[in-house]
Write a protein that binds this ligand. Structure first.
Ligand code: ATP
Ligand code: MG
Length: 719
């Protein structure tokens, strides 16, 4: 068979990596140098040139989206589709393994995934039960503790309590109770997926042996962000016989705060035999200018494994820097720029991406995009499967499959409202706790023993009947009709239709969108009922991102979610001290991680890069006056030019003197100033136009949005 096409469009180093004889290999290379491309081509090569069965390949990526893309690109190269290939995230693969071997994993075969919201709710309940004061012992802290321990491979019994550290003693108490309840309910959180998958290897050598002879090659993308348990899982699976190809970039390790260990890259060459290290140095993604900026920023980090990237690409445009006077102005600038870039036909909307450090920054940007009529899509943040109405609908379906799913029950027992009050629910919890049973079983008990007052009892009976009715109603239906039936029968559609305004409408549309999602849902796992597979996928997707992939829309996401992606035009918003680098990361080590995040952000851009900041920013209801990000001053000045208003001034940027408040001479008002209007209320000045009697001012009012007013009549009062 002719396999030369697999080696076309690769440079020498890439070709060497792709066609290397099977053995352990580490591809260590900077952003945009074709690491992911090498992985894809290597898989195709192993299958077509080396004759490996697709069944014998295990490939790990960082997101479900990346996994889908990888599968698509392999199939494109080979001209076939292969369902048997294991391509997924660590979590997705662990889940697949646990489903196939739930007995060995000590789980019921219909175990459910507990996402982080549900996890937090459960922990709140445990804190109440243990009478822990929430202000002293925030449930989020326990969540962080438990997940952190699991990422390190530790269960409660592995942690020693010497009895003199109240923190450890308390956390352990919570951890133990949490483990107990999860086991009892048959639910598994994200970190638990990995831990159990690892324990399967340790406790069932025969099973491990089976997979070791099944898999002939393991490939891992974004290796720099593996954590302890993921690394351990790989290491045990590989044993001495399964070779691993790992690709990564130490400069792009950005999940240290979640337990990722850069050191795994160095460790790899020590723990695995005969590792061949391949370096790629040519960048194919960005212009020279963008690349130089990225190199200059990351050069400020110490302890790097050391890589230089070069490019044969064009010099490209200078990096454009915009100083907004506040976050509204920044968002307005970005929106207008995207509008003009895309209306000229040079770029489509999906060629443009807005990246930001913190999720909360997206709201203002979104509002501006909406006003400008520019469709956008958010990765992470308010994701489709995270939306309230979607989670509610899924909870009904989960309950219909599995009555003991307490998280689902708590979520919908009184949504839509059906007269089951907080007191009833509290009573169910009490009984569940006393009897060590699920809330559903507690409800059955209450009904049987007539524990509740008549009205509460009637409402509860109706709920129990409703769930049973849904189960029966959907028994014979195709997946999309199952979903459709559940959202109608549960009363959710009617409930949201009654909600006033756009919000209710949007929720109804989202629920309808869930039916479409079900219609196009596919799985390559035929052993599992479709609804079950759909619910599991939704839970996994809620763990990262989801939205409509097909509409041409501006791409918005946090810098963290942008890893591995590329866009012709990139905006990084909020280049301010305390925001980026984040206020919590001013000490050396975490500052370096922030800098890597900046490197990741800059290297997402192919042709144009915009860096914007605001002189004042209202975030989480507070006004902040931050100076421009230190990362801006790490970029050589000759690579940047400053944009003012919408006219570009080609002159070097100076961050020492960034004050650019312009003032209306007559009124004494300045841009960005907060003002009060007798009818529209409070707002912020966005713009001035004209002079004297015809002078107009643009104000963004909190309740009314942005308006142009004649200054002489507006009677704005400075506040
Ligand atoms: P990151 O570190 O950001 O994940 P990466 O090293 O994985 O980047 P890729 O995403 O694989 O890099 O490649 C970057 C871009 O360069 C892609 O658009 C890819 O198709 C292109 N590319 C890589 N190698 C070549 C090549 N030899 N010829 C042409 N284009 C290439
Ligand atoms: Mg990549």
């Amino acid at each position: 068979m002719d396999v030369s096409h697999i080696l076309n469009h690769l440079n020498d180093a890439q070709r060497q990596a792709v066609a290397a004889p099977p053995g352990n290999a580490l591809v260590l290379a900077g952003a945009g140098s074709g690491k992911t491309r090498v992985l894809v081509h290597r898989i195709a090569w192993l299958i077509q040139a080396e004759g490996y069965s697709p069944h014998s390949i295990l490939a790990v990526t960082f997101t479900n989206k990346a996994a889908r893309e990888m599968r698509g690109r392999i199939e494109e190269l080979l001209g076939h589709s292969y369902a048997g290939m294991w391509v997924g995230t660590f979590h997705g693969l662990a889940h697949r393994l646990l489903k196939a071997h739930s007995k060995e994993a000590g789980l019921p075969d219909n175990f459910q995934i507990l996402d982080s919201d549900d996890q937090l709710r459960l922990l709140k309940r445990i804190h109440r039960e243990l009478e822990l004061d929430e202000s002293r012992w925030p449930p989020r802290q326990s969540q962080w503790f438990i997940n952190g321990q699991k990422d390190e491979g530790k269960r409660s019994q592995h942690i020693e309590d010497f009895g003199h550290d109240l923190f450890i003693t308390t956390m352990l108490k919570v951890y133990r109770r949490y483990e107990e309840i999860c086991q009892q309910q048959g639910v598994v959180d994200f970190a638990e997926l990995l831990l159990r998958a690892h324990e399967i290897w340790l406790n069932h050598p025969a099973l491990l042996g089976h997979y070791q002879s099944r898999f002939r090659h393991i490939l891992v993308d974004e290796f720099q962000d593996t954590n302890t348990i993921q690394y351990a899982w790989l290491r045990v699976l590989a044993g001495k016989q399964v070779p691993i190809t790992a690709v990564g970039d130490d400069d792009q390790s950005i999940y240290g705060w979640r337990g990722a260990r850069i050191e795994n890259i160095q460790q790899f060459s020590q723990d695995f035999a005969g590792v061949e290290t391949i370096r790629l140095e040519q960048n194919y993604r960005s212009t020279q200018t963008i690349l130089k900026a990225a190199n200059a920023v990351i050069a400020n980090n110490r302890d790097r494994l050391g890589k230089e990237l070069w490019s044969q690409g064009d010099e490209g445009d200078p990096i454009q820097v915009y100083a907004g006077f506040n976050e509204q102005d920044e968002a307005r600038f970005i929106t207008e720029r995207i509008d003009s870039l895309t209306s000229g036909g040079d770029y489509s909307r999906s060629d443009t991406a807005i990246l930001y450090r913190s999720n909360a920054q997206s709201r203002v940007l979104e509002e501006n995009l909406i006003r400008a009529g520019l469709p956008y899509r958010i990765y992470g943040g308010q994701r489709f499967y995270d939306r309230l109405e979607i989670r509610n609908a899924l909870a009904y379906l989960r309950l219909s499959l599995h009555r003991d799913d307490d998280a689902a029950l708590e979520r919908v027992i009184n949504t839509p409202t059906r007269g089951i009050g907080a007191r009833t629910v509290e009573q169910l919890r009490l009984i569940a706790r006393e009897q060590g049973c699920s809330l559903w079983a507690a409800a059955q008990f209450c009904l049987r023993e007539k524990v509740l007052p008549a009205r509460a009892s009637g409402a509860l009976q109706a709920f129990v009947d409703l769930i049973a009715g849904i189960e029966q109603g959907i028994a014979e239906l195709p997946l999309d009709e199952q979903v459709d039936h559940a959202i109608e029968a549960s009363g959710l559609i009617e409930f949201h239709k009654k909600e006033k305004g756009e919000k209710g409408q949007a929720r109804v549309e989202n629920l309808q969108e869930l039916v479409s999602a079900a219609r196009s849902f596919e799985t390559d796992d035929e052993d599992v009922p479709l609804l079950r597979a759909f619910l599991d996928q939704a839970a996994l997707d809620a763990g990262e991102q989801q939205a409509d992939e097909y509409e041409d829309s501006v791409q918005m996401m946090t810098l963290h979610s942008a890893k591995g992606l590329e866009f012709p035009v990139v905006f990084i918003a909020g280049m301010e001290q305390n925001l980026f680098p984040h206020r919590m990361s001013m000490e050396e080590q975490s500052l370096e991680e922030e800098r890597r995040l900046c490197y990741v952000g800059i290297t997402r851009a192919e042709q144009q890069l915009y860096l914007t900041y605001a002189e004042t920013r209202r975030l989480h209801g507070q006004d902040n006056y931050n100076s421009p990000s230190c990362f801006l001053s790490e970029i050589p000045r000759e690579l940047m030019s400053e944009v003012r208003g919408n006219t570009q001034i080609s002159r070097p940027v100076s961050f020492a003197n960034t004050s650019m408040h312009s003032t209306d001479e007559d009124s004494g008002l300045t841009l960005g100033q907060r003002v009060l209007h007798s009818i529209f209320g409070e707002g912020t000045i966005l713009n001035f136009e004209g002079q004297g009697a015809s002078a107009r001012v643009q104000v963004n009012f909190e309740s009314e949005g942005s308006k142009w007013l004649v200054l002489a009549y507006a009677k704005l009062e400075a506040i």
